[in-house]
Design a protein around this ligand. Structure first.
Ligand code: MLT
Ligand code: MN
Ligand code: ZN
Length: 304
């Protein structure tokens, strides 16, 4: 399986249009240890020709522009043969509007996400007005049997409900339902090798740790370094965990949990522009590296 990181940042990207935090400022000043980052998304492929996209970032057009393998060879075609939504967040869904000329898209999501994207943020409904007539909905049932996607015949997909949060616009904000946030395991049916993708993780339950332990590649939520990072910066009144993102550092942090895992390659994704790990000169970045944890970047290629 080929895995390409299209976007490694959390909502807003780096630099964020209205932000002059240390990282956004350093990037604008040309500091080499801080990278430009678009909003989080990955794409995977079995044959290197047909791709399954995870989330449609608001930056999808730039991401496709930077990814020749996603560009058409026929006069009209898209290499994106399926789209999986792991939640209904703005930074994971808005880009679908930018793909409207390619309708209908094969979309895989839970019924909760399907509801949000037909009601509170009705992208799916709106797209029915374009040629091709909207999307083709394939329901994902978390914790149920695996599902398959035709362009990746050697693989099976599993969805796990995660404790995170519903989008800020949602009537389910702060009272998320199972199905509002999922992680996805992609397993090779022949080799057993697994990718586990979970960019929005608020609480790490036992069964999630067990899944993490058995993965070969882990692409996991790296939003904030400390829980009060947004508050300390004066940018928000919310803790990371209020937003559904476990912090990396501290006794209750994700690093402590990742330290207990031996098998997987541990890679962070969905990293907020305020996170000090995004400047490679910072001690926090060096600490992460000393734990054997990687920071994904736009254009990162992984193969298993
Ligand atoms: C999140 O990850 O919590 C959301 O993407 C927040 C947002 O909509 O910016
Ligand atoms: Mn987000
Ligand atoms: Zn910033």
């Amino acid at each position: 399986m080929k895995i390409e990181v299209l976007g490694s940042s959390a909502g807003g990207g780096l630099p964020q249009f209205n932000c002059n935090c240390d990282n956004c400022k350093a990037y604008r000043e040309g500091k080499k240890t801080v990278k430009r980052r678009t909003q989080s998304s990955i794409t995977i492929s079995e044959d290197g020709k047909n791709w399954v996209l995870f989330n449609t970032s608001p930056d999808i057009l730039e991401q496709i522009h930077n990814s020749p393998f996603l560009q058409p060879q026929e006069r009209r075609e898209t290499k994106i043969k399926a789209i999986i939504f792991i939640d209904a967040q703005i930074d994971h869904t808005t880009g679908l509007l930018m793909l409207r000329e390619g309708c209908p898209h094969e979309v895989y999501c839970t019924k909760e996400v399907n509801e949000e994207l037909n009601t509170s943020f009705p992208l799916f409904k709106m797209l029915t007005h374009w040629d091709g007539g909207g999307i083709k909905y394939n329901e994902i049932t978390p914790n149920n049997k695996s599902f398959e996607i035709p362009v990746m015949p050697s693989y099976e997909f599993f969805a796990l409900p995660l404790i995170s949060n519903a989008p800020p616009y949602s009537k389910y904000r702060d009272k998320p339902r199972a199905g509002d946030n999922i992680g996805i395991v992609v397993r090779n049916k022949i080799t057993g090798k697994k990718l586990f993708y979970l960019p929005g993780l608020g609480v790490v339950e036992k069964h999630i740790v067990n899944e993490m332990r058995d993965a070969d590649i882990l692409l996991v939520d790296g939003t904030v370094w400390t829980n009060d990072e947004m508050i300390k910066n004066g940018f928000s009144t919310k803790l990371g965990t209020d937003m559904g993102h476990i912090p990396l550092s501290g006794e209750e942090g994700l690093i402590k949990i990742l330290d207990t895992l031996e098998k997987p390659r541990k890679i962070l994704i969905h990293i907020n522009n305020t996170n000090p790990i995004l400047d490679e000169e910072n001690d926090e970045y060096k600490e992460l590296i000393s734990h054997g944890i990687e920071v994904s970047y736009d254009g990162m290629s992984i193969e298993i």
